[in-house]
Ligand binder design. Sequence first.
Ligand code: MOS
Length: 728
Amino acid sequence: MKFEAPAGSNLFDRSQIVGKSTPRIDGPLKTTGQAPYAYERHDMANQAYGWVVGSAIAKGLIASMDVSDAQSAPGVIAIVSAPDTKPVGKGIANNAPLFGGPEIAHYHQAIACVVAETFEQARYAASLIRTTYDRSQGAFDLAKVAPDAPLAKGDDSKSTLGDFDAAFAAAPVKLDARYTTPDESHAMMEPHATIAAWEGDKLTLLTSNQMVAWAKQSMGKILGIDPANVRIDSPFIGGGFGGKLFIRADAVMAALAAKKAGRPVKIALQRPLIANNTTHRHATIQHIRIGAEKDGKITAISHENWSGNQNGKNGEDATLQTPKLYAGANRLTANYVATLDLPEGNAMRAPGEAVGHLALEVAMDELAEKLGMDPVELRIVNEPKMVPGSPEKKFSDRNLVRCLREGAERFGWSRRSKTPGSMRDGRWLIGMGVAAGYRAGPTEASGAHVKLDADGRITVETDMTDIGTGSYTIIAQTAAETMGVSLDQVKVELGDSRYPKSSGSGGQWGAASSTAGVYAACVNLRRAIGEKLGFDADAATFEDGSIRSGNRSYKLTEAGALSADGEMTYGDFKDDYDVGTYAGHFVEVGVDAYTGVTRIRRMLSVCDAGRILNPLSARSQVIGAMVMSAGAALMEELAVDPRFGFFVNHDLAGYEVPVHADIPTQDVVFLDTLDDIVTPMKAKGVGELGICGPGSAIANAIYNATGIRIRDYPLTLEKYLSEMPAVA
Ligand code: MOS
């Protein structure tokens, strides 16, 4: 059902509930263990345990697979294995089949699943499967294949404006540098997990997935069944970060195994399988050239980017932010994707921009250094008046300069010494760094069903997901505000494909989009109430369980039980407006003068993302993203074995992520902006903004502390220890 907003609606500008810091309504369920994650669900009887076997080669063929010993091991119910099952079709956005064999597309691709009465029996039996392979040579080293990589598919893989080469050659001040970022793993707390059950030809998946409607379609396509026969239920998710945007092997293997076993099967991908079996963020090689006048005005800017993926599929487009952040009449961006036989690269939190900033925002720092300019001022001088390269577009609402100025003020930026290596605190060399941040503010169509019961309570149903972000709470706030009831009168049901299709969670579109859909459904419910009781709902005030319309008033309960659907969809405003979110990121580090160890001392991010629906959970989103950006800067890297084509450090012992001791002080400040263009909520997402920039501010702070510029992430100390300045 399409939705028409009430004329002149300013419902949320009253902001009784929306916009107020609100503890998560699902918090008590989570802290008391009553919010079941997929693997813990008991609402399906007779579950058997599945164990996934991953390929031990990266490329080639399975020559033989002997499952006879496994089959007769204690407790084994069924084995799904490559030789007895034809390769399962490709799913939406999956580059390699999620069940491999005889052809192998990547290391740890699922090749078998053992189902047993207990987890231990399944694991033991799986160890008895003997597989032999014909291994073939693959391409695993991005640096080797990048020079011959073709342009990425799509119109905007290369764009030019003016004459970059001539302007760059003529520029009095030039920066020309290359940066590299490694493959990274999502490393979410909850592994990919699914319980699958068949009832005739109907399949139910209790799973952990960010995009319920995609999963339903994808599962139908992969299994060759009608998607209408697939039910997805994903009410609680222990982190996704883009790794759970798509159906993965846990769901496919559970479905196949449950069919063969004739009973429900539960699978959690083993942690050591996740890095190579699922998706990861692609490594990049980035070449940035910037030419500027002596006053800092950029005259030429070029950002070229190389990454790799299977079958020439999408890479990591690290150039995305470059046309949005800085002015400059002569421009070039290009995005190249090489073919690699590593596991599938795909979306990870702020795909593109997260690593694009790691290069661009260091390049800007290097340019500021060459100009002898303050890096905050350099960015402000280059603030664009219109969208560079898209003169037909306006920025919907853009307050980057305010973010930078307010951040500098709050952080005490004026205390920074311009001369690298000149600030000292005992054994620590102290440095401060800054970076700008940009991430798109997309919106997607989103629907909901809202019910009013006879007691005046509201229930919202939508297939929207909460990946730890706080969706439950902002949806409850939206419904409470729109229907004029208190928060505890609202119940929110998420993640079930039987509910109306929502935007799902991804690309930081979830908060703005899903609440707009809930708002639409609530406005329709108000209208249904108005129709029943005989008043104009759009002109009435719903407050404290009552309704005022002119000089009449009603109790919400007078309406009896009613319900309404609603969906927010969008016209073509994106042709006229560039909708973005912006940030100024500031970091202070200490680098140990003797050992070279880098310690973050303080982080501040000042964010501009329109109305902040729930400052408490939004802050937590930005803090999490800042931590992830610190990880990308200082420690995160999937190490590629270029001989055998797999990520060596494929568990949380070898894949290092920040811990509490790595992150002492974080501040997040939201500007009090409203974006009138995007949705009736005037809100944009923040979940990915916080990972766009802080890592480069860390790199810049290390330079300010030591005078050493490292362009190869992560910035681990063996890369700069030998260059450390001599100290007394
Ligand atoms: Mo996000 S990487 O689109 O979940």
